[in-house]
Each structure stands twice: as C-alpha cells, then as structure tokens.
Design a protein around this ligand. Sequence first.
Ligand SMILES: NC(=O)c1ccc[n+]([C@@H]2O[C@H](COP(=O)([O-])OP(=O)(O)OC[C@H]3O[C@@H](n4cnc5c(N)ncnc54)[C@H](OP(=O)(O)O)[C@@H]3O)[C@@H](O)[C@H]2O)c1
Length: 416
Amino acid sequence: MHTRNYDILVWGATGFTGQLVAEYLLRHEGAGQRLRWALGGRNLQKLQAVRQQLTAIDPAAAQLPLVIADAADEPALLKAISDFAVVCTTVGPYALYGTPMVAACAATGTHYCDLTGEVQWLRQMIDAHHGAALQSGAKIVPTCGFDSIPSDLGAHQAIAAFADTHQRMPTAVTTYVRDLKGSFSGGTVASQVSISEQSADPALAAHWRNPYSLVQGDTSGLPQVGDIFAATFDAEQNCWTSTFLMAPCNAKIVRRSMALNANPAIRSIAYQEKMAFRRGFKGWALANSYNVGLALMQGSMGVGWMRRAMQPMLPQPGDGPDEQARIAGRFVFEVVAGDASDRVQVTVRGDKDPGYGSTSGMLAEAALCLALDGDRLPQVSGFLTPACAMGNVLVERLVRAGVTFADSGAKVAPKA
Ligand SMILES: NC(=O)c1ccc[n+]([C@@H]2O[C@H](COP(=O)([O-])OP(=O)(O)OC[C@H]3O[C@@H](n4cnc5c(N)ncnc54)[C@H](OP(=O)(O)O)[C@@H]3O)[C@@H](O)[C@H]2O)c1
C-alpha cells in the first residue's frame, strides 16, 4: 500500500454517531498535530457547521479539512479516499449507502472500519470484495461498534485466558449479556428497517438465519450450534436466558473470527450469545417477556404497513440519546470459555451507553489502531473481524474508551 498524506477520514461526520466519533478523535488526538484526519460527508454546509461546533472543544478544529462526496458517486469516492490510510464510516444504513465505499477501499488498499450490523449486506460484501481486498492489502473491518467488538474481542480474550490457564483450547464459548442500559438513534432504526426489508428476499433472509452465513466455504464440519430463540434455563450458569437482540450479528462475527483462525482447535469452538436473567420465577418471567417483546418488535418491523406506521414515532436520522443518557448508560458481558471439565470467564464492561457513548469510542479506537498500530497488527488483509484484524492491540486501546476486558484471574470452578 502506498503512503497516504492523511491518517483517517471520518466519513458521515454530519450524522449523530459520526459527530461523536469526530469529538472523540479531537479530544484524544487533537486536530492535526499528532493525527492527520478530516471530516467527510455529502453536504458542505452541514460539514462546516459540524467543524464550527467542534471548535468549542478545541479551536484548532477550524483547521480540519473537509471532504465532500455522495455515497453513490464511486469516482468521487475514489478521489476522496485517495489521500487517506483509513476510512472510518458511519454512513448507514450500509445496505443503502455503504457498497460503493467498501468497493473503493477494497480496490485501492485503503483500510476501512464501520458500524454495520446488517448481516445480509455483509455476506454480499464478503462475496463481492474479499478477493479484491486480499489483493490490494486493504483491511476491511466491519462491525467495530457495540455490534460486535464486545462479543468478538470478549471471545478472543476468553479463549486466550482458557489456553493460558489450561494449556489447551476450550470447546465452547458463551457470552451472557448481564446488564444493558442504552437507547437507539434514528440511524439505527433506519438500519433495523433496512434489515427487515432485506429479509423479504428469501435468499437474504437465509443469511440472517444461518449461524455460519459469514463463513465462506464448506461449513458442514463446524459445530452445529445456532442462536437461541426461546427462553431456556442455563444449568451451567444457574439462570434463565433468552435470545439477545444483537446475537444474530455478533455470533456470526465471532464464528467468522474463529473460522479465519489458522488453528483447527479454534475453528471448531462452538459459540453462542444469550441475554442472562436471574433464576427462579422472576427470571423465567423476565426472559419470556424479553423474548415476546423482541418477537413483537421484529414481527411488526417485518410487515410493510406496520413498519411505515411505526416509523414516524421512532427517532429520525440525525437524532439520538443526549449526553446525559449516554453517560448514564452501561453494559456488562460475561464471556465463558470452557470444556467438559474447566471454565474461565472474561468480563467485558462499557461505562457509557453501548450504542453511542461506547460505540463512538470503539469505532474511533479501531480507526486509530488501523492507522497507527500497523507494525503490531497481524499481517492479514481482506474482509476481517475486529478480533482477527486487531486482537490484543485494540483491547489495550479500548481502555481509553471505557471498554475493559477483565479475566477472572482465578479459574471458575467447574460445575459439580
Ligand atoms: N453497531 C452499533 O453499535 C451502532 C451504533 C450506532 C450506529 N450504528 C449504525 O451507524 C449508522 C449511522 O447511525 P447514525 O445514528 O449516526 O445515523 P445518522 O445520524 O442518520 O447519520 C447518517 C450519516 O450518513 C450520511 N449520509 C446519508 N446518505 C448519504 C449519502 N448519499 N452520501 C453521503 N453521506 C450520506 C448522513 O449525511 P447527512 O447528514 O448529509 O444526511 C449522515 O452523516 C447506522 O447504520 C446505524 O445503524 C451502529
């Protein structure tokens, strides 16, 4: 890859999450002295207004370059990215606006990170652009937000902790979502609508249901474990569990990370992700109400007229939780790696609301990692995952974003 004059293009800087990413970079890296970065979007006036707002944090933000292009204009995108080592994009829904940028980055060896959770689109992008990215040397790393960094790096850390402690690989990894406080932006609602619309196509809907839809090649020898759809009692953890809203994306990303690993013992680890509730009747009731609520929401999103009726009542593009709500948010995942006799647990914590406070920091650190930590990263390219592209180097960086991965240290006692 040739040397670029700039490190990072924040593409979508006028959007709700893009502005938070820009604020994060400005607060932590300044405006051009340590990191050469720019704001990108389709509308010059909106970008100028965002840059002006950023000067309240640091007057030097007035120097940030602005890059203008429409997401559908491929020649303009190729010109826009030619000076940048990394494109960090929040222009979504990605199935609507993301394809030309992925194609441009894959073709030109430009590293890329995004916030998609749109599995069907991801499968199409892997099929269309993985080969070009392998050839150009581009690291294309989608899902660098709440979907799917906590799950993907949590599983990565739990496997490493188990291997360190027991000198062998675990046979299963399960993520339990223990605590979650946050809300949605208009962009995320638009993405959910886009996922529902894509699911109207049976071929694309199959990608959503297939646990290995993000793994290329023959998957018949991989563990036959899927996502859970009903409230179930987890005897191992002694708690009720249900499906988790983000599991259909997160679990597929974790399974892709495992499949991309050279070690056959890692490729055959079974992965699942669940929402965890307490034990007893209250836990059973909570797990069932969560499942029913989710099924009703997804069911109504799947019906065209209901979706159109609901949309005006939901947050619109550009809207999202205010600063107070972002600070008051949090998440806790417990990731358990084990086999028939032993288990090790890693706890993943985020100290802000997952979708925006933590996500903007995770995406910004992923972009910084791709731009600045190249010699410490695995020498891989193509369509990657956060764990296989950046692994421990990103784990170290995420502390600054308030996202931590703590090994329980002690071996978790095996079930009697
Ligand atoms: N994985 C996660 O945890 C997570 C968390 C948060 C968000 N997200 C995802 O991130 C994406 C953004 O969310 P958001 O709430 O920030 O959305 P948003 O506020 O609606 O922002 C969307 C951005 O895309 C830009 N855009 C739209 N059409 C464009 C085009 N044709 N050309 C160039 N730019 C265009 C918008 O520009 P204008 O301002 O000019 O309209 C805006 O900058 C969504 O896909 C959402 O699902 C994921």
